[in-house]
Design a binder for this molecule. Structure first.
Ligand SMILES: [Zn+2]
Length: 432
């Protein structure tokens, strides 16, 4: 049944890899389950070639939307991170502002304290000034007394005036008067000296006060300068807070945009899914048939055929059992290609010992029979259920998963699309 011309016409296509949607959202899972379910239905009913093309393009659309959702989710995530960072910065800056404000408060109370001290000092200086003035007045008065006393004594020494002598009754009184006058003059001098000393002390006090006031004024201008510096720092921080707020708001807007894009993508996704559903329904209604003209070998190279198709006795149990396929021993990771075009019915894990496996339904061959092929024990699957594949498309890689003891491809060919009719692949697949 193997036609050389088909094999010769085989061109290995490397279509762009459609990244399997990695965002495992519930929707994605639902879509995968949906496609898998659709393919179970398709085990009997298959799309015509034209439906296959639109199915493939819809599949591509789904992939693109998935990629877009993933992209927007990344953007959403980035924007969320950016907002969190901006908010953290804002609260950090606010804390700095509040520390600075309390420092400014302390500084202001220090400034007002110093200002009060300067006021007190001014009052003290004024009081001192008044005291000095009073003292000067006292000195001047005392000086006048002194001068009149001295003048009186002078008059006495010069023989005394008529008026002075008239007021004295006898010599004794005159002498006593003279003594009293001398005492007075000594006292005057003493008093004057004391007053001058007191005045000097007052002046010294005032000088001290003025000096203290100068110190306070210096202290105040120092505090004023600090205050000014802190105020400008505060306004700088307030600006930074504003910037952080703005950046948080921008990030929030970006999140909204990303969220809206995701929602719109998800709606598109649903719409495309519905289209696929329609296509499947239409295909099911018309029961069309795929067709193909022959198989190629799914491996471009392999080490050897390690097991042929046929009945064999289990060496342990002694039970006779059909080996329903043919085993190609090949290194792990060797690419496996679709033996003919068709629909991927199954792509995933088998509970029945095939490990990672793929079943492709090919539709009718030129002999009038429908065929399916099964590829078992793959290291990994490189297609997905529901996909239309061309002959030669990559579908997976050789491995040793499931009930297997070494790296090989177990290949089955089903005639009539059923495992019950697993035929010897040698009759269909070009094997060297
Ligand atoms: Zn096998």
């Amino acid at each position: 049944m193997y036609h050389d011309k088909h094999s010769a016409g085989f061109v290995l296509h490397h279509p762009p890899r459609h990244a399997k949607p990695s965002g495992h959202s519930a929707m994605m899972r639902a879509a995968c389950a949906f496609l898998a379910a659709a393919c179970l239905v398709l085990s009997v009913t298959v799309y015509p070639a034209s439906a296959a093309t639109s199915m493939s393009s819809l599949q591509n659309k789904l992939d693109k939307i998935s990629a877009s959702i993933k992209q927007h989710k990344t953007e959403l995530n980035d924007a969320q991170k950016k907002e969190a960072a901006a908010k953290a910065l804002e609260s950090e800056l606010k804390e700095k502002v509040s520390v600075l404000q309390s420092q400014i408060g302390v500084l202001k109370s220090q400034i007002s304290e110093v200002q009060n001290s300067i006021g007190v000092k001014e009052q003290e200086i004024t009081a001192k000034q008044n005291e000095i003035a009073r003292k000067e007045q006292e000195i001047a008065d005392q000086w006048d007394d002194f001068k009149s006393h001295m003048a009186a004594m002078q008059e006495l020494r010069d023989g005394g005036s008529v008026a002075m002598l008239r007021s004295v009754n006898d010599l004794y009184e005159l002498l006593t008067f003279n003594e009293v006058m001398q005492d007075i003059s000594v006292k005057d001098t003493e008093i004057l000296d004391n007053m001058k000393a007191a005045k000097e002390a007052l002046v010294a006090d005032r000088t001290q006060l003025v000096e203290e006031r100068t110190q306070l004024q210096n202290k105040k201008s120092e505090l004023d300068a600090q205050n000014k510096q802190m105020q400008s720092k505060q306004s700088e921080l307030n600006n930074s807070v504003k910037e952080a707020r703005l950046s948080a708001a921008e990030a929030q807007q970006a999140q909204k945009n990303a969220q809206a894009a995701i929602e719109s993508d998800e709606m598109n996704y649903e719409a495309v899914k519905k289209e696929i559903q329609k296509l499947i329904a239409a295909a099911a209604a018309s029961k069309p048939q795929l067709s193909f003209s022959g198989f190629i070998c799914p491996l471009k190279s392999y080490t050897r055929i390690s097991s042929e198709y046929g009945w064999r006795k289990n060496p342990v149990s002694g039970v006779n059992k059909l080996h329903a396929g043919i085993d190609f021993a090949a290194p792990a990771g060797t690419p496996i290609y679709a033996a003919a075009s068709g629909y991927v019915q199954v792509a995933g894990w088998s509970g029945g010992g095939y490990g990672n496996y793929v079943i492709i339904y090919h539709g009718k061959m030129t002999d009038g029979n429908a065929y399916s092929t099964l590829y078992g024990h793959m290291r990994s699957v490189a297609t997905s259920a529901g996909r239309y594949v061309n002959q030669g498309d990559l579908i997976g890689y050789v491995g040793s998963t499931g009930n297997s003891t070494g790296n090989h491809l177990h290949l089955e060919v089903w005639k009539g699309g059923s495992k019950a009719n697993a035929v010897n692949p040698r009759g269909y697949i070009p094997i060297r």
